[in-house]
Design a protein around this ligand. Structure first.
Ligand code: IFM
Length: 704
């Protein structure tokens, strides 16, 4: 059971709660390095002790990468009177782990009682610096409570870790590890350890250094193969705390900079405070867990943010797990980027620049598929090369190209930053060229079809004219037309072709019901027996895709997402019709689904549904709602969807056509107030809403 404080989450008991779940929940990151909370001291295996670096990919086969599990920077072991807490006979009492959401500090404390009844209090603290992306620190405190004994601590940098790729077919569990590190060379001396290792093909060089200090005892070399370490021997005296610190730098300076655990933590805390100033959402709600859960979502979003680096993006699991080989998806543009757009425009700019920087590979992707222009990959890691080689997803889930263009335009719309406009015009035009070559013209009917595509839903097979994809592709073509009108050079015949596709492309629409139809096959699919399900587990785990794709059942929001992205294209009754038809047939087997349904329900006035879906999204990882947070990491898109549900759904933040922000609060029952800061058009605002009204202030002055 997770315990929720205002600014922290905690868990009690040693391995009482599914350990992997907590290893994901307590994962720490600064967007450059991320480390799961799995400790060698607890017997965590080499593939469970995971540390990842943004962009830290290497090839596992020609053209296909994995995210490399880096050396364990938090490596340590402790023995007291030859008993190893957590492993040899004995037991823990009062075992408690806490993650401080304000400053990113993880602490755990307990009393270890060995077989002879010797009690030793053990406290471990660690953090990854938000002030300097290269730094991290670990602190161990031991207090003998009823004895005097010798304690031995080993603090090192361990390259003996492995990758354990999660199989792409999620019904299969992989037991095969992959060695991604080689040539690890280490040294240890005079309170310092250093380690240099190469990744498999030499694409990455990882340099780790640490300085080890202690309040008492002696220190000597304790290195083993692949693990340079310092060995500390201490005589524990009753009720006197001995403290050891490890100050770590990753690919940073030759020696960890001056300071100690406390001063480094203070600097990191200041950097966190600045981030919180813009990102926090304060909620006054009856449910006492809600505030912490919301902050946890925001905290993890901030941990995901690449540290000032436009050459990397946000993986579907951030840096919390190697699921999907660490790859980037549309999750970034449509789910995560909006949070940064409004709370940290510089971070959003870097995400947009990542897509600009990978435009050359997007061109190559289009060419490889015998198409024109630029086609963004469904999954990518290094550069923008496609990492998903399945036909039904990688080749067919092409909406990502329109998603990227949509998000790039959102950047322009929300920030008002025109410095990227020229480069983005090129992106709009080249992606439009892709669409122009991807639509098929039917000369008999004089229409354009988008054949063999898969929409966001992902369950109902590969079909034609998926409405989400067609309508977003039209939007992409429209952006290119505007770029051309504003002077971006295109060939004379292109604008006419783009206009023609916009006008003549097909989507299914039932005028009587005012209902958009998901795709050409949707109404022919077989009804799905919702009542006949034996488990709540995602159906893809129990039904083969061939069987599944013939059922009329959605995995996640498809048209329901579209009405939120382009609300001006739909009338109120069309939106309601979409909700009424598709929501009951959606299983939410993707973590991307709940938050979007919460946002849509809020906008459409379905208060109970909105709150129910919001809770699912908000607590998705905290309460392991998908059942895979431990085995697959934190679901980054769900975090962003929770933010959008809160800010666009419950607060109703909108910039409208004028760019002037306004709110349409729809506070859920049990909420009495909500407050947050946001940026729009280069200005910083504070929004506040209560049951009695709302306001938006700029520099303390009320503007609305
Ligand atoms: O991008 C998503 C997709 O929509 C559903 N499956 C998981 C992917 C990564 O989160």
């Amino acid at each position: 059971m997770i315990e929720y404080g205002n600014w922290h989450i905690s868990a009690s008991g040693y391995r009482a709660h599914a350990p992997q779940h907590l290893e994901s929940l307590f994962c720490q990151s600064n967007g450059y390095i991320g480390s799961r909370a799995a400790f060698l001291q607890d017997g965590a295996l080499p593939y469970e002790r995971c540390t990842f670096m943004a962009g830290g990919f290497d090839y596992i086969s020609p053209g296909i990468t994995d995210i490399v599990n880096l050396p364990d920077l938090f490596h340590f072991t402790a023995t007291v009177a030859e008993s190893t807490p957590g492993q040899s006979g004995g037991h823990y009492t009062g075992f408690h782990q806490t993650l401080n959401l304000k400053n990113g500090l993880y602490t755990r404390g307990a009393v270890w009682t060995d077989e002879q009844g010797r009690e030793t209090a053990i406290k471990i603290s660690r953090f990854i610096s938000m002030a300097d992306k290269h730094l991290a620190a670990l602190c161990i405190e031991l207090t003998a409570l009823n004895h005097e004994s010798e304690a031995v601590l080993l603090l090192g940098l361990d390259a003996g870790v492995l990758n354990l790729p999660v199989h792409d077919d999620q019904t299969m569990v992989n037991h095969q590890t992959v060695q991604m590190l080689k040539d690890a060379g280490g040294k240890s001396g005079q309170g310092l350890c250093g380690l240099t290792a190469q990744s498999r093909t030499g694409r990455l060089t990882i340099d780790m250094r640490c300085r080890v200090t202690q309040s008492d005892g002696t220190q000597e070399d304790g290195s083993t193969a692949d693990c340079p370490a310092r060995k500390l021997t201490v005589r524990l005296k009753q009720n006197q705390t001995v403290r050891a610190e490890k100050l770590i730098s990753v690919n940073g300076p030759d020696h960890p900079p001056p300071g100690d655990f406390t001063s480094w933590l203070e600097e990191s805390g200041k950097a966190w405070a600045l981030r919180w100033e813009n990102a926090d959402i304060e909620v006054e709600a009856e449910d006492p867990q809600l505030q912490a859960a919301l902050r946890y979502n925001l905290f993890q979003l901030m941990q995901c943010r690449p540290f000032d680096d436009p050459n990397v993006s946000v993986g579907a699991r951030g840096l919390t797990h190697a699921r999907y080989k660490g790859c980037y998806f549309w999750d970034t543009e449509l789910f995560i980027q909006p949070f940064f757009l409004y709370t940290n425009p510089a971070a959003a700019r870097d995400l947009v620049r990542f897509r600009l920087n990978t435009l050359p590979d997007a061109r190559e992707n289009a060419k490889a598929l015998n198409l024109e222009g630029a086609r963004y990959p469904w999954m990518c890691a290094v550069g923008g090369k496609e990492q998903c080689h399945t036909w039904d997803i990688g080749r067919s889930e092409i909406h990502i190209t329109a998603d990227v263009a949509y998000a790039a335009n959102e950047y322009l719309r929300v920030t008002g930053d025109n410095s990227l406009r020229d480069e983005l015009s090129q992106l709009f035009v080249e992606t439009a060229r892709y669409w122009a070559s991807r639509f098929s013209y039917d000369g008999i009917k004089d229409v354009y079809n988008l054949l063999f595509v898969k929409g966001p839903d992902e369950y109902c097979g590969v079909s034609s004219n998926n409405a989400y994809t067609v309508i977003l592709a039209r939007h992409n073509l429209q952006l290119a037309l505007e770029a051309a009108e504003n002077g971006y050079a295109v060939s004379p015949e292109e604008p006419a072709k783009w206009r023609e596709i916009i006008e003549k492309s097909q989507v299914g629409y039932d005028a009587e019901r005012e209902l958009y139809i998901q795709d050409d096959d949707f109404l022919r699919l077989e009804p799905f027996d919702f009542g006949g399900r034996e488990t709540d587990a995602p159906v893809y785990r129990t039904l083969d895709y061939d069987r599944l794709q013939r059922f009329r059942v959605l995995k996640q929001a498809d048209l329901i997402l579209l009405i939120l992205l382009l609300p001006e294209l739909f009338t109120e009754s069309q939106k309601q019709a979409i909700w009424s038809f598709y929501e009951p047939t959606t299983l939410h087997d993707s973590s991307l689904s709940f938050g979007i349904h919460a946002w849509a329900a809020a906008v459409l006035g379905k208060r109970d549904k909105a709150m129910a879906y919001f809770n699912k999204s908000l607590f998705l990882d905290l309460e392991n709602i998908m059942g895979n947070t431990g085995t697959e990491g934190i679901h980054a898109a769900a975090l962003g969807a929770s933010w959008q549900a809160a800010v666009f759904g419950f607060a109703g933040l909108s910039l409208g056509g004028t760019g002037v922000p306004s709110l349409s609060p729809r506070l859920p029952d049990g909420w009495s107030a909500m407050r947050f800061a946001f940026y729009a058009n280069g200005k910083r605002y504070r929004a506040e809403m209560t049951r009695d009204g709302w306001s938006i202030r700029e520099k303390g002055e009320e503007i609305l």
